[in-house]
Design a protein around this ligand. Structure first.
Ligand SMILES: Nc1ncnc2c1ncn2[C@@H]1O[C@H](COP(=O)(O)OP(=O)(O)OP(=O)(O)O)[C@@H](O)[C@H]1O
Length: 947
């Protein structure tokens, strides 16, 4: 290989790749973890603050474990939390909740600026102090007046003389709730981003001994973890580790084909004649030259993309980075120089066009995908040339043995036919028995299990999906022996294929192994060489040319010799083909491509990012929804531009997807949806403009004269309400017999199941009369009266039941609740539900209405309560449609301590309903002030402080 094809990016990367992993032998925790108090669940006030200020319904298990230990016990913590788990909440919440101030130390100014901006948008006052910051006097005065909940500091600032004196002043006049050290691995010289100034941070513990310290990072080996604890002088810290599972990521790998564009095509869609990826995409290449080639190819196909590598000027790189984060450029084609400082949560695809040098690098790079928890794809294309490139670099650098080992594991990962998610997790967790819930769609290999067998697609594969490699293995190993094991694969392949090249000495042409494999292609033999290497039938050594140029040679290993020396009748090498080989096998049938062709593992097999909720939408409805989503995204970009912030700070993809699905028309309705991540501050600042997009782009079915309830709820569904096929079947039966008992008998289902079906259909607007469900007008009145007696707040079904005569059933109560819910929803939509003869005329609440839409305050709170019942349903639905971090990590992670139990989902225990209170609207005074901290100037209206 030529030296000029090497990049600094690559060389730099290699300097960091051989950091020992968690598998490192002999590593031990320095501090034993303490048992967690399982009864420690978040109280309602914490949940209220979580919802209103951060837009989250629940804490993820380890978040609460950390937060609670800080707030209740002022305990130090060292937390290794996987990317996207939500580290920032762990240090942001304590200050917001307690009214104190948290100091956050972070290594990158740009990341701190982004966080300050995000917090400011969320009406959480925050500022940044660094040695390079100007005009800090006013900021410091405001800090000492307790106007900020979060103060971000560079390590240099807080360990400098001025910083130390400020910290002392703060400590004497304010309540410092916490010191958070973000990216704590920078403390350790064993870590991959060592920062000298981080090493000084241990003085904080001496300076402020009463203040708990939280050290957080996404990656730390045992050694780094121990170093963090020691350097920061943490006292009996609680150790938290979330594990390495990223359940929302879909992994796939595939050998590169002959056309770069054809390889990538299955991952793209074509809109208005232009190819593009769905959502923000990073494509990693090994060399700068590759980024340039790939950019050119994609640009020729009108894909909007830009290259990024260390060879570009700083200004160009900054501009490209910014365009990407601001959604102006959807695709970046980069070397691994594009890494640190990418805080974009909604990257939907991380593609590697060329293998990474190690699993560590790969995991870190794909870690950038789906930090918002939404499904995202990580697809790697590889070739033997990639390994040769890395091999060359390994030879040139230090620690070549360790690095060669890391590369070999990466090769195994790419060629693996087993679950890739499990491969990655077990690699980092150092054990094979993982207790993660399985998902059939987490990777190409798992998806392939449900597809037709290899045998049905490829020639030469037997019923166990094995291929007989014996003959070719013997041919190749014999060729290596014939050439004395002194060459690289190129030479052996020429030899086995009977090449006429003058590189092969004439005397060898008469060797019986010469040309034995001439009927097979170059690619085939490369794949065989790779296969034999993975099987450890080959051993690698270094050789030098006369001019001292060092290169890799391959010889037959002891294992390979054992195979070669086995008598032919008992020698067999039957194995499942690696991916590289599979794609070279002849197909039995003509298929249209590797995505749709049966078992060939698909890179696009993951759940559609914008379509993960199960619905019964027609194609037209899906198109309309996606069109609306696009318009909402455009509006988000515009709002971000006019407010000088990033689009994801205005609203996450998930918020826009929910809005496109449910099409709320009023702020109250939007608020009532309680969408994950939609804080009150976001609703106030951006809700109106986003709702305008919906109003202007959806037919106002609510106002059309001949609309039915079904029509309205189809366009504006109640969050969480959906029709599933089993409910539809029950409904078919029910419309003819009008008896729940008969439907249950006919379908051989429990009565409560059929009730469940019909109640869910009621919430979708199906014309089902309460009376037909066995709820007479009198029963309905009784149930409503019972709810009123309970103060109008529905906490659980049990108390309602207790207020009713014994003959009133839970199913009847659920039916009445569903009716009330529909009414509440119509009210939010501004629909005059009196217009509907059926089935709403029967609702007794109407009789006592005095508001325009027919509800008094008392009933409003009653109805609000019911909304939360639906929310619980949404949560349940999401669990099924979207991998749930909370749920998965709870059982999968092997943290030193057990996670506290989740607040039990009350729907699990029918007949309970989620407890709720009236919607918490926080109206926070926001003081308009221009930014005096940080480099990034905040728009005036965004500057707010605690008052
Ligand atoms: N309790 C929660 N419920 C739902 N979403 C949450 C919760 N906590 C955090 N999130 C969301 O998770 C995403 C990731 O959070 P955050 O940026 O803090 O992750 P991180 O652990 O710092 O990741 P990284 O290592 O990539 O910086 C954000 O979109 C955040 O809003």
């Amino acid at each position: 290989m030529e030296m000029d094809s090497l990049d600094d990016d690559l060389l730099n990367a290699f300097a960091t790749q051989w950091e020992p992993t968690a598998l490192e032998s002999g590593s031990q925790n320095v501090v034993k973890s303490q048992a967690t108090d399982k009864s420690d669940v978040p109280d309602s006030k914490s949940l209220e603050v979580l919802m209103t200020k951060f837009g989250h319904r629940q804490f993820r298990p380890y978040q609460w474990q950390i937060i609670s230990s800080i707030l209740k016990h002022k305990r130090d913590n060292c937390a290794i939390m996987t990317t996207g788990y939500g580290k920032s909440l762990c240090y942001q919440f304590p200050a917001v909740f307690s009214g104190g101030v948290t100091l956050v130390i972070s290594p990158l100014i740009s990341l701190m600026e982004d966080q300050v901006l995000s917090l400011t948008i969320a009406n959480i006052p925050a500022c940044l102090l660094g040695t390079a910051q100007k005009n800090t006097a006013q900021t410091i005065a405001d800090i000492l007046k307790n106007k900020f909940s979060l103060v971000y500091l560079t390590p240099e600032f807080c360990t400098g003389e001025f910083g130390i004196s400020l910290l002392k002043d703060m400590n004497s006049s304010l309540q410092i709730t916490l010191i958070a050290v973000d990216e704590a691995h920078c403390v350790s010289s064993w870590g991959h981003d060592f920062r000298h100034s981080y090493r000084q941070l241990g003085m904080l513990k001496t300076l402020l001994p009463e203040v708990p310290v939280l050290a957080v990072t996404a990656t730390a080996t045992e050694r780094v973890k121990n170093d963090i604890i020691k350097s920061l002088k943490l006292l009996n810290p609680q150790l938290v580790g979330t594990g390495f599972d990223r359940p929302n990521l879909y992994y796939a790998a595939r050998p590169k084909g002959s056309s770069l564009f054809d390889d990538l095509k299955p991952l793209m869609t074509r809109k208005n004649g232009k190819w593009g990826f769905d959502g923000s995409t990073i494509i990693y290449c090994i060399t700068r030259k590759d980024t340039a080639n790939l950019s050119e190819v994609l640009q020729n196909h009108q894909v909007s993309c830009l290259p990024y590598h260390a060879g570009l000027s700083l200004a160009v790189r900054k501009e490209t980075h910014e365009q990407f984060v601001k959604d102006k450029i959807p695709v970046i084609i980069a070397t691994i120089a594009f890494g640190m400082g990418i805080d974009k949560p909604d990257i939907r695809n991380v593609i590697h066009y060329g293998s990474s040098g190690s699993i560590e690098s790969y995991y870190q790079e794909v870690g950038r995908a789906g930090r918002d928890g939404l499904p995202s794809k990580c697809v790697a294309f590889f070739s033997s040339q990639d390994f040769a490139t890395h091999g060359f670099l390994i030879e040139k650098g230090q620690n070549s043995n360790r690095r060669a080992e890391l590369l070999s594991t990466m090769k195994q990962y790419l060629n693996s036919r087993k679950c890739r998610r499990a491969f990655l997790v077990s690699y980092f967790e150092g054990k094979a028995d993982l207790s993660m819930p399985e998902r059939s769609d987490c990777c190409d290999n798992c998806l392939a299990k449900t597809a037709p067998s290899d045998q049905s697609i490829y020639e030469g594969v037997d019923e166990r999906d094995f291929y007989d490699f014996t003959e070719d293995a013997v041919k190749y190993l014999s060729a290596i022996s014939a050439l004395g094991g002194k060459y690289g694969h190129g030479m052996y392949i020429m030899f086995v294929r009977g090449s006429k090249s003058s590189k092969i000495p004439d005397r060898l042409r008469s060797h019986p192994s010469f040309g034995t494999g001439k009927n097979k292609s170059d690619d085939w033999w490369k794949a065989i060489a790779n296969f034999l290497d993975l099987k450890h039938y080959l051993k690698q050594a270094k050789s030098k040319t006369a001019s001292s140029f060092s290169f890799s040679v391959f010889d037959v290993s002891d294992e390979g010799l054992k195979f070669l020396n086995t008598p032919p009748d008992s020698r067999k090498l039957l194995e499942q083909p690696t991916l590289g080989i599979l794609h070279l096998l002849k197909k039995r049938q003509t298929t249209s491509g590797w995505i749709s062709s049966g078992k060939a593992p698909s890179v696009s097999g993951t759940v559609d990012v914008v379509d993960f909720a199960k619905t019964e939408e027609t194609h037209q409805e899906v198109d309309e929804r996606l069109q609306l989503l696009r318009l909402l995204k455009n509006a988000r970009s515009q709002l971000a531009r006019s407010n000088d912030c990033m689009p994801y700070m205005v609203a996450s993809d998930f918020i826009l997807m929910e809005m496109a699905r449910h099409k709320p028309r009023h702020l109250d309705q939007l608020r009532g949806m309680k969408i994950e991540g939609l804080t009150e501050a976001r609703i106030e600042k951006f809700g109106h403009q986003l709702l305008e997009v919906i109003k202007n782009n959806t037919a106002d079915v609510c106002k059309s004269s001949n609309r039915t309830l079904l029509d309205i709820l189809k366009v504006h569904p109640i969050p969480g309400a959906k029709v599933v096929s089993s409910s539809s079947i029950s409904y078919e039966y029910f419309t003819s017999c009008k008896s729940v008992d008969q439907v249950a008998a006919k379908r051989n289902l429990a009565l409560s199941t059929v009730f469940g079906h019909l109640v869910s259909l009621l919430k979708c607007g199906y014309p089902i009369k309460l009376e037909d469900l066995g709820v007479s007008s009198a029963t309905k009145q009784t149930i409503l009266e019972a709810i009123r007696k309970l103060g109008g707040v529905v906490a659980e079904l049990t108390p309602i039941k207790a207020q009713c005569p014994d003959d009133v059933t839970y199913d009847q109560i659920k039916c009445v609740c569903a009716y009330l819910h529909v009414r509440k929803h119509l009210k939010d939509l501004g629909v005059q539900f009196e217009d509907f003869d059926e089935p709403l005329e029967e609702l007794p609440l109407e009789e006592s209405c005095d508001s325009e839409a027919g509800f008094d305050d008392h009933e409003d709170s009653l109805l609000s309560a019911l909304v939360d019942q639906m929310e619980q349903q949404i949560t349940e639905d999401k669990k099924q449609s979207l991998p749930n971090l909370r749920e998965i990590n709870q059982s999968a992670s092997k943290a030193p301590e057990e996670a506290p139990p989740l607040k039990k989902s009350k729907l699990d225990d029918e007949p309970r309903v989620e407890t709720l209170g009236p919607t918490n609207e926080v109206s926070m005074a926001s003081e308009v002030k221009s930014s005096q901290s940080g480099k990034k100037k905040l728009p005036a209206w965004l500057m707010n402080k605690r008052v």
